[in-house]
Design a protein around this ligand. Structure first.
Ligand code: HEC
Ligand code: HEC
Ligand code: HEC
Ligand code: HEC
Length: 412
């Protein structure tokens, strides 16, 4: 939205003013107090070339304090265990790491802990898994190129100290917004000029990706928003012959969707709010004012329904945004449950019949398992429970259902 550009420009002017003032007064301060001394030290990059969040506390106290607030969104704050909410997942993800543990996401402060504790990694895991967890690894990839992706996971994780912070979205200059993950900048292609930068910086991690078989590089299965639909992504993986794992019961070459928030909102036709020009920040970063009346963007990333300032803004067009969101979510979620049960039935039916099918029919039946489960996964693992784009979610669930109808008919 236009207002964001405006705010970014104003912020730039203020920040340049501040930096100039600091530089100008630094040499004259003969006996600075400890506090002044701390403020007079220009922020310094760490060994990875990253200026860590703490270094910006003096210059950007509002952004820093609200960034710190993300600690409230902890893994202990009542997160869903998806393997319990959707017990069918134990069958659907059988043979893959996600069947060992799959909890709802926590806030950005916890990325290093989550990745260190997940039961999904093992001694063969590579550092590419750390791609969206810390700016220090992002800087390592920027400096070393693709070879950084193939390093051993444990060695790299051991030296990382900073969870997601300023550098991920601003690099070392908080007055600009930058997509620091080069792989996502490549995947946006020309769409970078037609999607708000306040969405791209979030989309650089909240997206669907895979690891390139040769280079091990984190890679998105598309170029441009047009190709960011579940259907186009499936076609891409099919053409590549890519699979995340083979299902031990049906023998199908399976795919696991990650967290396609960006694709769900901006892919294909996009959501209605995206068409109206809204960015992720417009819904997840409230405009706030400090004690001196200075305006800033809250860096505490919460549901818009949990922010009074946001609710006021939504109220300009929505009479009852909480009620609408609840309805969109309920309609998507109830279908997710129905279809998960059908996928589990299909897995059992195919497993029982598999040895009696001719090679062509078996391959077709396995492909239906792969495709139907991917359409379902693409909706379920998207973190908004359907709110981000209810119609796209329903379309993907429709496709899963049609495939299952076809599959059951094939096995009958
Ligand atoms: C996850 C991405 C992300 C991280 C991490 C992040 N920012 Fe931001 N920042 C943004 C976005 C997006 C905006 C623009 C918000 C808008 O215009 O609605 C922004 C705006 C700003 C601005 C412009 C003024 C304002 O408040 O709108 C400053 C200054 C800033 N951030 C500083 C920081 C600092 C300092 C840190 C680390 C403590 C940080 N940011 C971490 C995404 C991020
Ligand atoms: C550098 C990668 C990265 C960037 C950039 C990023 N995120 Fe995230 N985000 C994550 C990861 C990883 C998690 C899950 C953390 C965990 O569970 O340990 C997460 C979690 C979240 C959560 C909490 C989820 C929950 O269910 O409570 C929200 C909300 C969120 N991100 C919103 C945003 C928004 C909005 C932006 C842009 C302003 C953004 N993120 C940018 C990687 C990123
Ligand atoms: C039109 C407003 C809107 C836009 C744009 C938007 N979101 Fe959301 N987002 C929501 C709503 C509404 C929810 C559901 C909140 C709830 O259940 O309380 C949500 C939920 C989430 C969640 C789950 C965490 C939570 O608090 O429930 C994440 C993560 C998230 N959004 C990330 C993003 C990212 C990343 C983008 C941009 C690619 C984005 N959102 C764009 C409105 C928006
Ligand atoms: C300028 C008017 C306007 C504002 C402001 C607005 N919305 Fe919307 N929003 C719409 C319209 C129009 C739709 C289409 C569906 C409908 O009529 O409810 C929509 C749909 C949505 C959807 C469904 C997903 C989609 O894009 O199709 C979500 C979620 C949503 N809005 C969230 C929000 C949130 C959260 C806020 C406040 C941060 C907000 N909206 C502010 C006009 C607005």
């Amino acid at each position: 939205m236009g207002s964001n550009k405006m705010r970014a420009t104003i912020a730039t002017v203020c920040a340049i003013g501040l930096l100039a003032a600091l530089v100008a007064c630094a040499p004259q301060a003969n006996n600075p107090s400890t506090e002044e001394a701390a403020l007079n030290v220009a922020p310094q990059p760490d060994q990875f070339g990253v200026i860590v969040a703490e270094q910006w506390e003096g210059l950007y106290p509002n952004q820093y304090q609200t960034w710190k607030q993300n600690e409230a969104n902890s893994p202990e704050s009542g997160k869903d265990n998806y393997l319990e909410t959707y017990p069918e997942l134990n069958t659907m993800y059988k043979g893959y790491g996600f069947a060992k543990g799959y909890d709802e996401a926590a806030g950005h402060s916890y990325t290093l802990r989550s990745i260190a504790e997940t039961p999904r990694v093992n001694e063969k895991t590579l550092a590419n898994c750390i791609s969206c967890k810390t700016p220090q690894y992002t800087a390592m990839v920027q400096q070393e190129g693709d070879s950084a992706y193939a390093k051993p996971f444990a060695d790299v994780l051991a030296v990382m100290t900073e969870p997601i912070s300023c550098y991920n979205c601003h690099e070392n200059d908080p007055t600009q917004l930058v997509v620091a993950n080069g792989f996502f900048a490549d995947a946006l292609g020309d769409s970078a000029s037609t999607t708000p930068i306040e969405a791209q910086v979030c989309g650089q991690c909240h997206n669907e990706y895979y690891f390139n078989g040769q280079t091990k590089a984190t890679t998105n299965p598309y170029v441009g928003t047009e190709a960011m639909t579940a259907e186009a992504i499936l076609a891409y993986y099919d053409q590549l012959g890519f699979k995340d794992w083979e299902h031990p019961d049906t023998g199908a070459p399976m795919l696991k969707a990650q967290h396609p928030e960006f694709e769900t909102i901006y892919g294909g036709k996009g959501s209605r709010m995206a068409a109206a020009g809204f960015s992720c920040a417009d819904c997840h970063m409230a405009t706030e004012y400090d004690a001196e009346g200075a305006k800033y963007a809250s860096h505490y990333l919460v549901s818009p329904l949990e922010s009074e300032a946001q609710m006021e803004k939504c109220g300009l067009c929505h009479d009852d945004i909480s009620g609408e969101v609840a309805q969109w979510q309920a309609s998507v979620t109830s279908r997710e449950h129905e279809i998960a049960a059908r996928i589990e039935d299909y897995i059992q039916a195919l497993t029982a019949k598999k040895d009696q099918l001719d090679a062509n029919t078996l391959a077709k039946a396995q492909q239906i398992h792969r495709h139907a489960q991917f359409y379902w996964d693409f909706v379920m693992v998207e973190n908004s429970e359907g709110a981000h784009n209810p119609s796209a979610c329903h379309e993907n669930l429709d496709k899963a259902e049609r495939l299952l109808d076809e599959g059951f008919a094939l096995l009958a």
